[in-house]
Design a protein around this ligand. Structure first.
Ligand code: PHE
Length: 339
């Protein structure tokens, strides 16, 4: 009997259970009315008087081993069930990360609001464009280098269908579909076949502006852009227009703002010039007005186009454009508190 009890104690040590049912079987096997332990206690009366003390201790050890085993296993199984239950709780939030608006969206919205205050509405056009809207109507000569495969992602050739290379294509669509006066901005995504680097990407965002009416002059353009620059970068911001060339504007200019980091004194952001370029602009070429069905004798207009990435990088001093597209939460969460 002694050997038997010792071997039971040994077996119990290595038993393990996968579910509550197994544990209950084990309990009945040892402690049930017809179980091993009651049977051993019943046999106890047959033990020789000399061995009784030792056998009594052993039997109690066995009983203790069984109850301890059961208690431990219960705790373990209950813990496990609780864990599974809570990880399956469908009412829990999906993730602890709460989204924030992307910095490019924040800046795009700010640009829209600034122009809305002076009466500009928002229009949009397709990202997949035909040659007419992206190039020909905008006065691009047939052999112009911007039509080169290097810059444009073509989808089909002759007739050419491509991903738009700028939002100026929307100018043409809006003029074709509306009567003057027109006063709108067109935010959107544009595509160019460029190597990705800290300063360039093959996908980026622009906001185009178009104002067509009788007697619109270069002074109106300058005043509008000065208003924009001060609203966006602060009251003390100065602007400077440098002559430039775009096929669809004449005259054309590029606009710089006084460096808002160093206040014009010179720093590494403005490359020690005191100025940073932010957009291209000009008076809409009469050919473009005619191409898009606007009476070029009666109406004049101005247009401008800016890169949202560039404005955002300047505003928030972001040094690498690729950060906008990596979706790293540590970067994205810096711009707006969780919504
Ligand atoms: N489309 C020009 C560009 O992508 C910008 C521009 C828009 C210039 C409107 C003049 C007028 O660089």
């Amino acid at each position: 009997m002694k050997e038997q009890v010792l071997s039971y104690i040994e077996t119990i040590k290595s038993v393990s259970f996968e579910k509550m049912d197994d544990l209950e079987t084990f309990r009945i096997q040892y402690l049930g009315k017809k179980g091993i332990i009651p049977a051993l206690f019943a046999d106890f009366k047959n033990v020789a008087a000399a061995d009784r003390k030792e056998m009594g201790v052993l039997l109690n050890d066995l009983k203790q081993a069984v109850t301890t085993k059961i208690d431990e296993a219960k705790d373990l199984i209950e813990n496990l069930i609780q864990h599974i239950d809570s990880s399956n709780d469908l009412s829990l939030p999906v993730s602890k990360e709460i989204g924030t608006r992307h910095p490019l969206s924040l800046v795009r919205n700010e640009i829209i609001e600034i122009f809305a205050r002076i009466g500009f509405t928002v229009e949009e056009g397709p990202e997949i464009e035909d040659d007419w809207h992206n190039f020909t109507a905008l006065n691009f000569p047939e052999e112009h280098p911007a039509r080169d495969m290097q810059d444009t992602f073509f989808i089909e050739k002759s007739p050419d269908i491509a991903l738009r290379t700028h939002t100026s294509s929307v100018q043409v669509r809006v003029m074709e579909n509306n009567q003057a006066p027109i006063r709108s901005i067109f935010p959107g995504r544009v595509f160019r076949n460029e190597a990705i680097s800290a300063r360039a990407h093959c996908i980026f965002h622009q906001v185009e502006g178009l104002y067509i009416d009788e007697n619109v002059s270069f002074a109106d353009l300058k005043q509008t852009l000065m208003y924009f620059a001060k609203e966006m970068f602060g009251e003390n911001t100065g602007i400077r227009l440098r002559p430039s060339y775009f096929p669809f504007t004449e005259p054309s200019a590029e606009m710089d703002i006084s460096c808002h980091i160093c206040g014009g004194k010179g720093c590494n952001i403005c490359k020690y010039t005191g100025w940073v370029e932010i957009l291209g602009c000009g008076m809409v070429d009469p050919n473009v007005l005619t191409n898009a069905g606007i009476d070029a004798e009666k109406y004049t207009g101005f247009a401008f186009g800016m890169g949202i990435e560039r404005i955002t990088m300047l505003k928030y001093q972001i040094k690498d454009l690729r950060l906008f597209f990596e979706n790293d939460l540590r970067f994205l969460q810096q711009f707006e508190s969780a919504i």
